[in-house]
Design a protein around this ligand. Structure first.
Ligand SMILES: NC(=O)c1ccc[n+]([C@@H]2O[C@H](COP(=O)([O-])OP(=O)(O)OC[C@H]3O[C@@H](n4cnc5c(N)ncnc54)[C@H](O)[C@@H]3O)[C@@H](O)[C@H]2O)c1
Length: 452
């Protein structure tokens, strides 16, 4: 017998060419047939849940049926938000335990998981095995074996599993890769990549103290028994799970995962080795490094490339967060934030005037003066590159296109942009950065490091 979930996926694909012929992203006013409606539940209703929900509000054809969080206040807040945003007749069902939600909530098609990283694998595997399609936040897991179990579960159940590397569906990133790098080859040969996430001390401090230290707030926080049952142990670990080795991979996976994923996606390759160095030079009592620098080595058809990545939680200087693809003819410094995105043309590269005239690029601010100052080492100085910009920007919340891709895939209209296997292939090298830094050695990445 065909299940409702299979009907959503196959029904629209088999139904008529009309649906397949419709634009991939329906307008906000589009009405889906009831059979096309996707019933959604959430696991983990913290900060990122709100970000995802705010992006999902703009996507038609979704019905919110359940929410789960081990913190009563948060699950209540999430359900009320859904109720008021959509003037629902019935409150979405509230759960304090994910296993209970997945076994009891029969009228649900998809689960959006935004729990802490060490819960991703158990939650995703349980949800897939219960027959639901899953959108799970990055990093897939705090361990490579956890990530492997997610790929296996997705493939053995045949359910959809999208991993929340939202840049994979961002039109600016897709345009940059497809049009500028692959078709127009504006970078020439990409020999180096340079990426970073630099975050100030003020944004990197421990959180939750205001709640933990206020006796009046104690009743809204998880009990000691709940903290023990769900693997946190105490309230500091509950709020600051990103700082602990058994709960998270630390800054290199929390922040680095977004960007190292872009290195691998744009190069279409996995690195063959990684070397790294990290330290606790400011946040001295943390289990994870507060700053990490690493270098990946790639074999590419053009002759190889080297990628440097740094995550610093002690300064915001140095240009924020971006990934720079540095080639012999041009460099594309791309970021989820348009303000951090810049494109440079080497003075010796073929002209880009036609690309500008045809709207592929916009001209940026004029280049600075040529290298002639008294401090310039004239014999070696390069002429400053011309600056360009992308022709457009994303006019939606950054997570919306990736969620749209997930729901469109559920309706059989498109393939997932970041399914569990592709996410794993891209994330696998990241799991080896902390070990390389801890052991102070280069790790040569082979099958045992990179495969499921
Ligand atoms: N894609 C992005 O840009 C992006 C940005 C931020 C966070 N994230 C990811 O989103 C996830 C959540 O991050 P966050 O900042 O919202 O963290 P958070 O701590 O604010 O929220 C996590 C929530 O999960 C709940 N929770 C913990 N264990 C649970 C369990 N066993 N069952 C049900 N609920 C449980 C907590 O009570 C909390 O409300 C992380 O994986 C993070 O890496 C992704």
């Amino acid at each position: 017998m065909i299940t409702r979930r299979e009907f959503i996926r196959n029904g629209s694909a088999l139904g008529t060419g009309l649906v397949l012929g419709a634009p991939a992203i329906l307008s906000a006013s589009a009405k889906n047939a009831p059979s096309d409606e996707i019933r959604v539940g959430f696991i983990g209703c913290g900060k990122q849940h709100e970000v995802l929900f705010n992006a999902m509000k703009n996507i038609p054809g979704l019905r919110y049926v359940a929410a789960c969080d081990i913190m009563k206040d948060r699950v209540g807040g999430a359900a009320s938000r859904m109720m008021s945003t959509f003037s629902l007749d019935t409150m979405p069902k509230r759960y304090l335990d994910a296993e209970k939600m997945l076994s009891e909530q029969k009228d649900m098609d998809a689960v959006i998981i935004a729990s802490p990283d060490f819960w991703h694998a158990p939650h995703t595997v349980m949800a897939l095995e219960a027959g639901f399609d899953v959108y799970c936040e990055k990093m897939m897991s705090n361990t490579i074996d956890g990530a492997r179990s997610m790929v296996r579960a997705a493939e053995s159940t045949g359910r959809l599993c999208q991993i929340g590397h939202q840049r994979r569906s961002n039109p600016r990133y897709i345009y940059t890769l497809e049009e500028l790098i692959r078709k127009k080859k504006i970078c020439g040969q990409i020999v180096n990549i340079n990426g970073q996430w630099n975050r100030a001390v003020a944004s990197s401090r421990d959180i939750g103290g205001d709640l933990i230290n206020d006796p009046k707030k104690r009743r809204i926080l998880p009990s000691d028994a709940t903290l023990a049952k769900y693997g946190f142990g105490d309230l500091h670990r509950f709020f600051n799970w990103r700082l602990y080795r058994d709960l998270s991979g630390g800054p290199i996976s929390d922040l680095g995962a977004h960007q190292i994923d872009i290195f691998n996606w744009f190069l279409g390759a996995q690195p063959k080795s990684v070397m790294a160095s990290g330290g606790n030079n400011y946040f001295r009592d943390r289990e994870h490094f507060d700053n990490v620098m690493c270098i990946f080595d790639y074999d590419t058809p053009e002759g190889g490339a080297r990628a440097f990545y740094q995550v610093l939680t002690t300064t915001s200087a140095g240009g924020g967060y971006f990934e720079a693809f540095m080639g012999t003819e041009g460099t594309i410094e791309i970021s989820e934030r348009a303000a951090y995105t810049n494109i440079y043309r080497e003075s010796s590269a073929p002209s880009w005037d036609e690309l500008v005239a045809r709207g592929y690029l916009k001209r940026g601010a004029a280049a600075g003066p040529a290298a002639a100052g008294s401090d310039a080492i004239a014999a070696y100085e390069s002429a400053p590159p011309d600056k360009f910009e992308l022709p457009g920007d994303l006019n939606k919340p950054p997570h919306q296109p990736h969620l749209e891709n997930f729901f469109d895939a559920m309706r059989g209209k498109v393939a997932l942009n970041c399914d569990a296997r592709h996410a794993f292939e891209s994330e696998a090298p990241i799991y080896w950065v902390n070990p390389a830094a801890l052991e102070r050695k280069t790790i040569v990445l082979g099958e045992e490091h990179l495969s499921v």
